[in-house]
Ligand binder design. Structure first.
Ligand code: SUG
Length: 442
C-alpha cells in the first residue's frame, strides 16, 4: 500500500533544503498550496484507479507554534509570528515548511516477512539535516501510531538520536527486493557516508543518511544480516544534487532501476544483492551516463518515479511530467518499453508544485507491505476510495489558499485557517488528536 503525504496549507518556497537544487532554485517564488494539494490528491487517485491500494498521511501543524515558542518567541500567537517574522524570518520559514508531504522521508518500514517477530516495523526518520524537517518526527510518530495502532501487528520504534552522525532520512534511502511482496525480501540501505569512520564523502552538500543510522534501523527491525545490504551512494552525485537515493534509483519486487553512477561500487552492489537474494536472477536496469547524465536525471527526476506492479503482473512507472518534457529522457523511456523487462507501461502525472521543492512522485509516498490480517488492522479512515477523494478535494478547496509568499507567513489568519483545516481533517481521517494544538489546547 502507498501512503501519500497530503500537502499542508503552508506549502511555500523558502529555499530551505541545502543540496536540493530545485528547492534552492525556487527560493522566493510564490507557491500555490491549493494546487499542490490537489495535484497530490489526483496522483493518489491515479494510483487508486490503476487498482493499487492507496492511503493518506496527514500533514503537520504549521506554523509550528510549539517550536517557535521553544525558540524564545512569546506572547499571543500573533505576537509570536510577528516577532519571528521581524527578527528571524529563516526560523519562521523553517517552522512553516510543508515538507512532511514527502512521506518517503517519514520513516523506514520493514514488512513482517523480513522481521524477526513477523510484525511490520516503523522507525520515524530523525531528519536532522535541516531544522524544517527535524521538527517533523514527533507528529509523524503520532500519526503512524494512530494509523497502525494494533501492537500485535505493528511495532513502532523511536527516531534515532538527533545527531548528524546518525542522520536518518527514512525510506528515501531504503529499497526492498523480493520475489513476491509476502515472501522474505532483501532490504537495501543506501547511505551517504559513515558518520564515524573516514572514507568517501561529498564535499559541497551534506550526506543526509549515515551508515550507522541505516545499521541501527536494520537492527531495530530485527532484519536477518544475510538479507540486509548496505551500499554507499556515490558522493559525487550528492554534490550534483542527488540528496537522497530515491533521486537516482528505484526498486520494486525483483527489479532495480538505477543510474550507472548511483553507487560507489555499482557492480559490487549488484553482486551482493544477488547473493543475498539467491534465485532467480534480479533484473537490473541501468541507465548509462552517456544516455542520461546525472544532472539530467536530477532535473527531470526520472528515478523518482514510482515503480509499481499492476494487477496484470506487469509493472508501470509513474513519472513526473518533467520526464516527458525532456526529449532525451522520453526517448530512453520509449526504448525501455521495447526491451524485455517487466516495465510495460508509463503513466505521467503532474506534481509540479512539489517538484519545485525537489519532491517527485516517489518522494510523496511511503510504501507499506501488509498481509490481509495487517491490512484489516489499519485505521480504515485513511484508505483512499472515491468518497474520500471527493471529501478531501472539497476540504482542500474550502481551506487552502491559492497563493502564498514569505510575507503571508506572519499572517495570524493563516494559522487559524491551518488549525481549522487540520482539526477537520483528523475527523475525516478518524485519527483522533495528533497535533500539538489539539493535545495542548490552543
Ligand atoms: O528534504 N524539500 C525536501 C524534498 C524531499 C524529497 N524527498 C525524497 N527525495 N524522498 C527535502 O529536501 C524543500 C523545502 C520546503 O519544502 O520547505 C524541501 O525540504
Amino acid at each position: 500500500m502507498n501512503f501519500d503525504g497530503l500537502v499542508g496549507t503552508t506549502h511555500n518556497y523558502a529555499g530551505l533544503a541545502f543540496g536540493n537544487l530545485a528547492s534552492q532554485r525556487s527560493a522566493g517564488a510564490a507557491s500555490n498550496p491549493r494546487a499542490a494539494a490537489q495535484q497530490g490528491l489526483r496522483k493518489m487517485k491515479v494510483l487508486h484507479d490503476l487498482g493499487l491500494r492507496q492511503a493518506v498521511l496527514p500533514p503537520q501543524e504549521r506554523p509550528a507554534m510549539v517550536v517557535l515558542r521553544q525558540l524564545g518567541f512569546g506572547g499571543s500567537d500573533a505576537a509570536v509570528l510577528a516577532g519571528a517574522g521581524r527578527t528571524a524570518p529563516r526560523l519562521l520559514a523553517a517552522c512553516c515548511s510543508a515538507a512532511s508531504m514527502w512521506a518517503a522521508n517519514a520513516a523506514t518500514v520493514s514488512p513482517g516477512a523480513d522481521t524477526a517477530d513477523g510484525r511490520v516495523h516503523f522507525t520515524p526518520a530523525n531528519l536532522i539535516s535541516g531544522l524544517h524537517r527535524a521538527i517533523e518526527p514527533p507528529t509523524t510518530a503520532r500519526a503512524l501510531q494512530a494509523i497502525f495502532a494494533d501492537e500485535s501487528h505493528f511495532a513502532h520504534h523511536a527516531p534515532l538520536p538527533a545527531v548528524e552522525r546518525l542522520g536518518d532520512e527514512g525510506a528515501a534511502n531504503h529499497m526492498r527486493l523480493c520475489s513476491e511482496y509476502g515472501a522474505a525480501g532483501v532490504e537495501l540501505f543506501v547511505y551517504g557516508k559513515s558518520g564515524f569512520a573516514s572514507g568517501p564523502a561529498p564535499r559541497h552538500f551534506p550526506a543526509r543518511q549515515s551508515l550507522e543510522a541505516s545499521r541501527a534501523v536494520a537492527r531495530l527491525h530485527g532484519l536477518a544480516p544475510q538479507r540486509s545490504v548496505f551500499a554507499q551512494q556515490n558522493p559525487q552525485l550528492i554534490d550534483a544534487g542527488v540528496f537522497h537515493n530515491d533521486v537516482i534509483a528505484v526498486g520494486n519486487a525483483h527489479v532495480l532501476l538505477h543510474h550507472e553512477r548511483a553507487f560507489v561500487e555499482p557492480a559490487a552492489v549488484q553482486r551482493r544483492l544477488q547473493r543475498a537474494f539467491g534465485e532467480p536472477p534480479l533484473c537490473f536496469i541501468v541507465v548509462p551516463e552517456a544516455r542520461i547524465n546525472a544532472a539530467q536525471a536530477v532535473d527531470c527526476y526520472l528515478f523518482n518515479s514510482q515503480l509499481v506492479t499492476l494487477a496484470s503482473g506487469e509493472m508501470a512507472l509513474i513519472l513526473p511530467e518533467e520526464c516527458r518534457r525532456s526529449a532525451r529522457v522520453w526517448g530512453w523511456l520509449s526504448e525501455l518499453l521495447e526491451q524485455q523487462t517487466p516495465i510495460r507501461r508509463l503513466v505521467v502525472i503532474d506534481v509540479t508544485e512539489s517538484m519545485r521543492n525537489g519532491g517527485g512522485p516517489a518522494c510523496l509516498r511511503l510504501r507499506v507491505v501488509l498481509t490481509a490480517a495487517q491490512l484489516a488492522a489499519v485505521n480504515a479512515g485513511v484508505l483512499l476510495d472515491e468518497p474520500l477523494f471527493e471529501t478531501l478535494g472539497a476540504w482542500v478547496d474550502r481551506h487552502y489558499r491559492d497563493q502564498l509568499t514569505a510575507a503571508d507567513l506572519t499572517d495570524p489568519a493563516l494559522l487559524v485557517e491551518s488549525r481549522t483545516a487540520l482539526d477537520e481533517l483528523t475527523g475525516i481521517l478518524r485519527l483522533g488528536p495528533i497535533y500539538p494544538f489539539q493535545l495542548l489546547g490552543a
